[in-house]
Design a protein around this ligand. Structure first.
Ligand code: AMP
Length: 249
């Protein structure tokens, strides 16, 4: 079984986000970038399926600038066998990413495609669902458990108020939720070995997909600064403040 894993280069989740002075976008100058955390979970799940003998090959794919090869090398160090880089300097929206991934799915014919449930930079939560629509493949989104049984896939989904379990027929698409697994760290020898693993570069033009933006970003604003809190002396004082100062009672 071949597994395709989509990984996105995003701003590292530990970094405090800065907005450009003209509010036109987030400032990415000299900012640490990393693999989207939900994509790390996707890579981990694919590698575990390979280690259990369920999968025979794990292919990592990204759409992004030249620097996004760093995240592909990370996926290779974590256990992916080879990588595909769809290289573009454009800011690619979810629909265009899904169209490009659909082309890769068509060429690679994986039995399973694993994506993150959302990218932490734009918080779209769209690409996996759009890819399922474009390819006509069944989808199990927000997965907290995945079990392969022959040509069937059982996915436990995190939904409001509980867990839902669905059976899908392979090939299928899964998007990862936080509790699916705890990703490993790459070991130094694996980071070295990853440098020699195959990485194929393609372009949106060669894949026949238009990546021009259909959405105009009007402005980006940082959240309001939080005011310091105070400690109240009694329940009566709290109720009084809620009534008369915050005016929420
Ligand atoms: P989003 O729909 O943008 O929130 O992203 C959800 C998931 O789609 C991510 O966790 C990735 O697995 C995949 N994805 C989104 N953008 C890209 C990209 N540029 N390259 C590869 N995978 C992507």
């Amino acid at each position: 079984m071949k597994i395709l894993v989509a990984v996105k280069r995003v701003i590292d989740y530990n970094v405090k986000i800065r907005v450009k002075p003209d509010n036109s976008d987030v400032d990415l100058t000299n900012v640490k970038m990393a693999m989207n955390p939900f994509c790390e979970i996707a890579v981990e799940e694919a590698v575990r399926l390979k280690e259990r003998g369920v999968a025979s090959e794990v292919v990592a794919v990204t759409v992004g600038p030249k620097a996004a090869q760093e995240q592909l090398r990370t996926a290779l160090a974590l256990g992916a066998d080879r990588a595909i880089h769809v290289e573009t300097e454009a800011k690619v929206e979810s629909l265009a990413v899904a169209k490009l991934l659909a082309k890769v799915v068509e060429a690679e014919q994986p039995q399973l495609v694993i994506l993150g449930k959302q990218a932490i930079d734009t918080d779209n939560n769209q690409t996996g669902q759009m890819l399922a629509a474009l390819t006509g493949l069944p989808q199990g989104t927000f997965a907290s458990a995945v079990k392969v049984d022959g040509d069937k896939l059982q996915v436990t989904r995190e939904i409001d108020g509980g867990l839902q379990t669905v059976d899908l027929s392979l090939p299928a698409i899964v998007t990862t939720d936080l509790r699916l697994n705890e990703p490993r760290y790459a070991k130094l020898p694996d980071i070295m070995k990853a440098k020699k693993k195959p990485l194929d570069t393609q372009t949106p033009e060669a894949l026949g997909v238009e990546v021009a933006s259909k959405v105009t970003l009007l402005k980006v604003e940082p959240p309001a600064e939080r005011q310091g809190g105070i400690k109240v002396g009694s329940v009566d004082e709290l109720v009084d403040k809620l009534k008369n100062e915050a005016k929420v009672l």
